[in-house]
Ligand binder design. Structure first.
Ligand SMILES: *[C@@H]1O[C@H](CO)[C@@H](O)[C@H](O)[C@H]1NC(C)=O
Ligand SMILES: *[C@@H]1O[C@H](CO)[C@@H](O)[C@H](O)[C@H]1NC(C)=O
Ligand SMILES: *[C@@H]1O[C@H](CO)[C@@H](O)[C@H](O)[C@H]1NC(C)=O
Ligand SMILES: *[C@@H]1O[C@H](CO)[C@@H](O)[C@H](O)[C@H]1NC(C)=O
Ligand SMILES: *[C@@H]1O[C@H](CO)[C@@H](O)[C@H](O)[C@H]1NC(C)=O
Ligand SMILES: *[C@@H]1O[C@H](CO)[C@@H](O)[C@H](O)[C@H]1NC(C)=O
Ligand SMILES: *[C@@H]1O[C@H](CO)[C@@H](O)[C@H](O)[C@H]1NC(C)=O
Length: 500
């Protein structure tokens, strides 16, 4: 930024005499950059400014009478590296059962809402993986303290979800992050039972939260976790919370062939400036796409309403996985990694150099070069490619029917899971008495306040689907303004996710 400004200034001085009209454009560009910078400092607020007036600490919007809550209390003025008062919160390890000898304990961080009107709501967040730490979400996506890619130090997050609700970040299942105990589960129903056990213990200590409205949210592999947990809670009444809805971002919902292979070539073609392949490679890819049944799949089968159940393409040869000669997503990723060493499959617009990060870095998403703790490790054996287990089969439909609102969002710059694949999964799902959306997902109808058109959306039979411009996989990190609005809609604060 500084360098380019300097170069522009030098160019302006050198060329002022001879270039005349052309320079006017450059000067204007610099002015526009200044406007952009001032808009950005409005986002970031006075945090870190030593001249800023000190505010009196805000009284917590909830307090807990059970003495057992005290040992979890975190003083927001004493969080290492955080130079502002982050407010009160509660964190620690909670067993997943009432057995006094229970060794399995989940690590949580509970933050009360900063808005006294929102204390009847509780939101749960989990990252995916499986096995990714939910502190990734807390620190880099939707928490009150933001220490994201390229940030030298933590700042207050103006789009923290704690503005909307109490929020509970949980590292689950057993085996994930700072959680303790030996993992022994083998499917997502057992995971849901563990989590429900944790919530029961949590409510014994933080009993003022009993009876609250409850919302389950998460991203990526939480496309499995969250519907399974919600389904479990609906099917096993007894938890003293009123589950009202779920929100899943860039979710795993189906097989790799659906969410990666079929839409991969169209994605690369639509983002050609970021996938500048040579023509011989483009024709190799086209050949794979044609012979494996990808090329016309979306136009032919993903219709509104769908004509019937969607077939698996010839690429799977009657199974749920793709034969080696029909792999197209990996060859594209491998080739672009060579041309763009900073290529990030989680946000394809990243270019050289890659950003520094204290926590999960853009490229080494699963590496061990992390200063705080392990970020992702496989906590249990999963069988996600088994057709019966995909949440779109019966679990997610049941959750949509029993919930007030279900929101699925997807970033249009995500290549680890592709938005058009999520459209396939939705169109092949039957809920509320019909298969798929009956009318098309509109274009350009999702608006963000003060910004304008920010994507596409559609709602039918209590399911809302929103696609975000600019966003990679971690939507609350990349377009927090857009994610925030969809969560506000989930909670019933607005009638539509769109501001317009
Ligand atoms: C817990 O473990 C101790 C020591 O092994 C044992 O004596 C006790 O019966 C156990 N309690 C329960 C509830 O299982
Ligand atoms: C607090 O939340 C309510 C809705 O629950 C909203 O109307 C109000 O504007 C919020 N206040 C602030 C300061 O954001
Ligand atoms: C969240 O709350 C803080 C503190 O009241 C406020 O400054 C900020 O603008 C709010 N953010 C949004 C997106 O409403
Ligand atoms: C896991 O182990 C615990 C005891 O440590 C046991 O109670 C539980 O049933 C086991 N769960 C599964 C899914 O095997
Ligand atoms: C659509 O759903 C049906 C029924 O569950 C299933 O047999 C079929 O494989 C699914 N198709 C896709 C593309 O997922
Ligand atoms: C497709 O499946 C058939 C039957 O299982 C098998 O004989 C054949 O080798 C498979 N073809 C490929 C290309 O994997
Ligand atoms: C064209 O692109 C492919 C894939 O990136 C690469 O393997 C091949 O070497 C390229 N050809 C030339 C002439 O650069």
């Amino acid at each position: 930024m500084l360098l380019s400004l300097t170069l522009l200034l030098i160019a302006t001085l050198q060329g002022a005499a001879s270039l005349g009209g052309a320079m006017q454009g450059m000067e204007e560009a610099i002015d526009i950059q200044r406007e952009q910078l001032s808009r950005m400092s409005e986002f970031l607020g006075p945090v870190g400014d030593p001249e800023a007036p000190k505010k009196d600490p805000q009284a917590p919007t909830v307090t807990f009478s059970n003495p057992a809550a005290e040992k979890f209390f975190v003083d927001g003025t004493r969080i290492p590296e955080v130079k502002f008062d982050a407010g009160p919160s509660w964190s620690g390890l909670m067993p997943i059962s009432g057995d006094p000898n229970e060794t399995r304990k989940l690590f949580f961080w509970f933050w009360p809402t900063n808005n006294a009107s929102n204390t009847k709501d509780l939101m749960f967040w989990t990252n995916g993986g499986p096995g990714c730490s939910s502190l990734e979400g807390f620190l880099q996506e939707n928490g009150p303290i933001s220490w994201s890619w390229g940030q030298a130090e933590p700042t207050l997050n103006p789009w923290s979800w704690t503005n909307l609700s109490h929020v509970l970040w949980v590292e689950q299942p057993v085996g994930t992050g700072f959680s303790q105990g030996t993992p022994n589960i083998t499917n997502d129903d057992q995971l849901a039972a563990e989590l429900t056990g944790f919530l029961e213990q949590f409510l014994e200590v933080f009993s003022e939260l009993k009876g609250n409205n409850f919302y389950l949210t998460g991203e990526s592999y939480a496309g499995f976790y969250v519907p399974y947990i919600a389904n479990w809670i609906y099917e096993h009444p007894g938890l003293d919370l009123t589950l009202k809805g779920i929100w899943i971002a860039d979710p795993s919902l189906s097989y790799g062939v659906i969410q990666q292979e079929i839409p991969a070539l169209r994605f690369a073609q639509a983002n050609k400036n970021l996938f500048p392949f040579n023509s011989s490679f483009w024709s190799t890819l086209q050949g794979i796409s044609d012979s494996c049944g990808y090329t016309d799949y979306l136009d032919k089968f993903v219709t509104y309403p769908p004509a019937g159940q969607l077939p698996l393409p010839i690429a799977t040869n009657g199974t749920f996985s793709v034969i080696p000669s029909c792999r197209i997503h990996s060859p594209i990723q491998r080739a672009i990694n060579v041309l763009n060493p900073a290529f990030n499959v989680y946000r394809v617009s990243d270019t050289w150099p890659n950003l520094w990060s204290v926590w999960v870095s853009p490229v080494q998403l699963r590496s061990l070069s992390i200063s705080i703790g392990p970020t992702c490790k496989m906590p249990f054996t999963r069988l996600i490619y088994h057709g019966a287990l995909a949440p779109t089969g019966h679990v997610l439909p049941n959750v949509i029917e029993k919930s007030v609102r279900t929101v699925i969002v997807h970033g249009l710059a995500d290549f680890i899971l592709v938005a058009e694949g999520t459209r396939i999964a939705i169109q092949n799902m039957t809920w509320g008495g019909a298969q798929g959306f009956q009318t098309p997902i509109e274009s350009e109808n999702f608006l963000v306040e003060n910004m304008g058109i920010y994507g596409n959306m559609h709602t039918e039979r209590k399911l809302t689907y929103v696609e975000f411009y600019f966003s990679g996989h971690m939507t609350p990190q990349f377009v927090p303004w857009a994610s925030f609005q969809t969560v506000s809609y989930l909670l019933g604060h607005q009638d539509s996710p769109s501001s317009g």
